[in-house]
Design a protein around this ligand. Structure first.
Ligand code: LLP
Length: 454
């Protein structure tokens, strides 16, 4: 049932590489995101190996998993990065990578983000409107810089994926209609401070069949040929991300080598560097969300397995009705299955991880692994219901590294302040016997707890 080599049962217990997940839960608690370094690196190398001999850059899409240790692991393999915000640039720099290996995508960049990116010296911007190109031109000129830009064209190709993550149709907000692109390139080439030298596309995510991606490449290459005929020199083609992964045992996704082979054929004979921005296909299968069963209850003739993770920790099932395989950490002995809904503690019916799922019998205290959670998992986690976000753990062979601490209650209120009501201190001197006293200074409330009580 487990497709990922890096997660398998070893002596009856689910392990990530050589570290067993029940041991990790003992040390770091649950819910916890667990990533296999080997899985991340090996998916990245699949891209690199398939692209050998072609000028290229694999720009990992930071939005899929922005943990510094994950970025560092990929950087050490030669990854470049695709970012969509100033915060993501800050993360890439904090992970020790140079700005020169960063491509900045996104349909709405602020002036402050553009300035930050230019000052740091990123490789290029993928621009999605004429207004954005003009803003970059103005800011770059004021800084005395020339910004390399690609125009993200909207090729009107249906990626056949969930409508929320489909981006390449004409009616979407993304990119510039490919039919108008030539004129936009022409105008951009006359502006100071910007050098249009790339074409970029991204038609959507979780695309299981490479067909639409290859069709997009064809349309983009035809555009590049038309631009060259007009005397514009294009140096690179950025095809975005999008290659999907199997979330169900019966699902199959185009393999990385087969997809790249298809691209190679289309690119042969062209003097172009290829850029790709994969996120999910590198990290999704490399991670699980580890959670503990709080209780099992019957309601309305149904069985509910209530776990300690919730929609705030992994929102994909609630948001897209996404399927994730969920398996017990203790290897099931076989035998009869039960049908259950697996749900979190949040007071929303949408707070579920699985519905009507056939699964081995579990009881309170058992650990479950929610599979294929390495992409768009932690990065979309929130503090909804004032739940501290989970910790993140990176496993390398038998080494278990805590790469992000579990948040604390203090983290939850960091940055908040009370109003200037002079009665606030009294009101917040609560009757809670565990709070010894509170300080209110400069609008900042500090609660001092009885040792051992919080
Ligand atoms: N490049 C651009 C411009 C993107 O917008 C995206 C993803 C990527 C690259 C990476 O695509 P990937 O290789 O990961 O498919 N939260 C959703 C996925 C949103 C994807 C948004 N854009 C989910 O959980 O399925």
């Amino acid at each position: 049932m487990l497709k990922q080599d890096e997660f398998s049962y070893r002596r009856g217990v689910l392990a990530c590489e050589k570290a067993n997940l029940s041991g990790i839960a003992e040390i770091h608690g649950t819910p916890a995101y667990i990533y296999s370094r080997r899985a991340i690196v090996s998916r990245f190398r699949e891209y690199e190996d398939a692209l050998a001999g072609l000028p290229h850059h694999i720009c990992f899409s930071v939005k899929a998993n922005s943990n510094l240790a994950v970025l560092r692991a990929l950087a050490s393999e030669g990854a470049w990065f695709d970012i969509v915000s100033g915060g993501e640039l800050y993360r890439v720099l904090s992970a020790g990578s140079p700005a020169g290996c960063v491509v900045f995508s996104g349909v709405g960049k602020t002036e402050a983000e553009i300035r930050f990116a230019l000052e740091q010296g990123i490789h290029s911007f993928n621009c999605e409107s004429e207004a954005e190109i003009e803003t970059i031109s103005r800011i770059a000129s004021s800084l005395g810089r020339d910004a390399s830009i690609a125009i993200r064209v909207n090729p009107d190709v249906d990626p056949a994926t969930h409508p929320y993550i489909s981006t390449g149709l004409r009616e979407h907000k993304f990119g510039i209609d490919i039919a108008c692109a030539e004129a936009v390139y022409h105008r951009a080439s006359q502006l100071p401070g910007v050098v249009p030298e790339g074409v970029s596309c991204h038609i959507g995510s979780q695309i299981l069949d490479a067909g639409p991606l290859l069709e997009t490449a064809e349309k983009a290459i035809a555009l590049i040929e038309r631009l060259c005929a007009r005397g514009l020199r294009m140096r690179y083609l950025d095809l975005g991300g999008g290659l999907g992964v199997p979330y169900r045992p019966a699902q199959s996704a185009a393999s990385i080598p087969a997809f790249i082979q298809g691209l190679r054929e289309k690119l042969s004979g062209l003097d172009l560097a290829l850029m790709l921005e994969p996120g999910r296909s590198i990290v999704a299968e490399a991670g699980v969300l580890l959670t503990r069963v709080l209780l099992v209850k019957q309601n309305g003739g149904k069985t509910f397995v209530i776990v300690d993770a919730a929609m705030n920790d992994l929102i994909r099932p609630a948001l897209y009705r996404a399927h994730h395989e969920i398996i017990p950490v203790k290897e099931p002995a076989g035998g009869e299955l039960m049908e259950a809904d697996i749900a979190g503690p949040i007071c929303e019916t949408g707070d579920f991880f699985a519905r009507h799922r056939q699964m081995p019998h579990v009881t309170a205290g058992d650990l479950l692994a929610i599979c294929t959670a390495g992409a768009y998992g932690f990065v979309s986690a929130s503090n909804y219901n004032s739940r501290p976000r989970p910790c993140e753990v990176l496993v390398e062979e038998a080494r278990v590294l805590l790469v992000r601490k579990r948040e604390t209650y203090e983290d939850l209120i960091r940055g908040e302040s009370l109003d200037r009501d002079p009665g606030a201190k009294q009101r917040f001197d609560p009757s809670n016997p565990n709070i010894v006293h509170t300080d209110l200074e400069d609008d900042r409330l500090t609660c001092h707890f009885r040792p051992g009580s919080a």
